[in-house]
Design a protein around this ligand. Structure first.
Ligand code: THU
Length: 133
């Protein structure tokens, strides 16, 4: 099984655990780190709607808690006919730990639907380097 296949399977498996009583829209995310590990997350909603968190945010938290901080690739997966591209906030969250050429694969249950680079989804981004005076 290829690394991308493993990442896809990890995203699909964790998607099932999403807590989505409000949107009913389950999302799973799997991050491959530069040291070859995989961290996963799912969306977790809340009765106070804005406090819910995205799958990507959960995967990033797991990655940091696991002691890694370089995203080599990420798979985001959701159902429905449309691409589940990361929301604006998650593009910025990914940006903190990735490079413009880092692949972001958007998947549906049947497989990878479209692959982007972070630079395509978040051009001219503001990142850690922009803070240097
Ligand atoms: N969602 C994610 O988890 N990731 C995305 O990139 C897009 C949206 C979640 C948030 C919310 O729980 C549900 O999908 C519907 O917006």
């Amino acid at each position: 099984m290829s690394t991308l296949d493993k990442l896809f399977e990890a995203a699909r498996a964790i998607q099932a655990n999403a807590y989505v009583p409000y949107s009913r829209f389950k999302v799973g995310a799997a991050i491959l780190t530069s040291d070859g590990r995989v961290f996963v997350g799912c969306n977790v909603e809340n009765a106070a709607y804005p406090v819910g968190s995205c799958a990507e945010a959960g995967a990033i938290s797991a990655m940091i808690a696991g002691g890694a901080d370089r995203i080599a690739a990420i798979v985001v997966m959701g159902d429905g006919e449309h691409l589940v591209t990361p929301c604006g906030g998650c593009r910025q969250r990914i940006r903190e730990f990735a490079f413009p050429d880092t692949p972001i694969h958007v998947a549906g249950p049947e497989g990878i639907r479209k692959s982007f680079t972070l630079g395509e989804l978040l051009p001219y981004s503001f990142g850690p380097d922009n803070l240097s005076l």
